[in-house]
Design a protein around this ligand. Structure first.
Ligand SMILES: [Zn+2]
Length: 359
């Protein structure tokens, strides 16, 4: 019986050691899992890093797609990442996954604002001599936009310019009310008549059942390709990008030595492309616009965009140019397939990118 004491003590020691090792493993695992997300401060975005090293501000859709990407092994089909996607959506729904809440800072004096749980992106730029509101979106969102402006310490009258990437109602519906508050409305020349007339391109495209509400809005300034808008300390380069609508325009500018591209519905994160079922949509024009953006240059030097600020979904904080090139690749694939007689109108960006990666 005398031997039982030390034997029990040795068992207890072993148990304590195993328990300690397990604790270290669990804590280590949790720390490793959490490393993809930097905990944000006030008005700071939740940033994730993609497997290809790009820093992004993801929507829940992109967070789910990234989880699928990480879960998949080469040779597997995209659909096999479904469980990983569902887990992310469950985590988000249960509050275990924190994603960005608007407003958040993208660069010095540049914010994403508006409702935080929609796919729509609205941007605010401080020019030092007034604010620019980019694609203020639906009337229904303006309560939120006004509240967030106030939260950032701005008054609505400080919005001197409303810049529209195109005339679709989900981007432009509220431009008239901003005009009535004193802002100047700026839009691509090709979309100005659509906006003024509440044409089918504006109203019907947004809601095919004809229920889309539209307030006619006469643009104060129509921009053409190559125009440089001097708004306070901001030099906004207009790049005509027709195809999605006749007057779709992307806008490039610099902040802190970086190039930012406001790409509307033209180029989106990781190759997501525009909806092309619109009244005046043109696939060939769209592809040409993407080629133009990918090769866009200033003073003879091709600009590689750092940040991509699209009209929908995930924002690229680094290597935004990659998304422009990826959208061009994807639209090229659609145009080629359509030329071969296929009636394809949509390709999902992440599965498309996965198949390329897998090749
Ligand atoms: Zn659109």
């Amino acid at each position: 019986m005398a031997a039982a004491g030390p034997a029990r003590q040795s068992l207890i020691r072993r148990f304590v050691l195993i328990a300690a090792a397990a604790l270290v493993l669990v804590l280590g695992w949790r720390a490793w899992q959490g490393r993809a997300i930097e905990r944000p401060g006030p008005n700071q975005p939740v940033v994730m890093t993609t497997p290809w090293g790009q820093q992004i501000v993801p929507t829940v859709d992109t967070a789910a797609e990234l989880a699928a990407w990480r879960a998949l092994r080469p040779g597997q089909d995209w659909a096999q990442g479904q469980a990983a996607q569902e887990q992310v959506r469950r985590d988000y729904g249960a509050g275990r996954l924190q994603l960005s809440r608007t407003p958040f800072v993208l660069a010095e004096g540049v914010w994403a604002i508006g409702p935080h749980n929609t796919d729509q992106q609205i941007y605010l730029i401080d020019t030092g001599a007034g604010l620019v509101l980019v694609d203020p979106s639906l009337d229904a969102f303006q309560g939120e936009v006004l509240a967030q402006l106030a939260g950032l310490g701005f008054r609505p009258e400080q919005v001197r310019w409303v810049v529209l990437t195109h005339c679709h109602s989900d981007h432009a519906q509220s431009c008239r009310q901003w005009q009535e508050r004193g802002a100047e409305v700026i839009v691509g020349a090709g979309d100005a008549p659509e906006l003024a007339a509440c044409s089918d391109v504006v109203a019907k495209d947004f809601d095919p059942r004809g229920k889309g509400r539209c307030t006619p809005c006469m643009a104060d300034r129509k921009v053409a390709d190559g125009d440089i808008l001097r708004l306070g300390n901001l030099a906004l380069h207009a790049i005509a990008s027709p195809g999605h609508t006749p007057g779709s325009t992307s806008f490039a500018f610099q902040r802190g030595g970086k190039w930012l591209l406001l790409s509307g519905d033209i180029a989106l994160h990781n190759g997501r492309h525009a909806w092309m079922g619109g009244t005046k949509a043109d696939w060939n024009q769209y592809l040409a616009s993407l080629g133009k953006l990918a090769g866009w240059s200033v003073d003879g030097r091709t600009v590689r965009f750092d940040l991509l600020l699209p009209g929908h979904g995930t924002i690229d904080l680094t290597d935004g140019h990659r998304s422009v090139e990826q959208t061009k690749r994807l639209v090229q694939e659609i145009v080629t397939r359509r030329a071969g007689g296929e009636r394809v109108m949509w390709l999902d960006a992440y599965p498309f990118a996965w198949r390329q990666f897998d090749r």
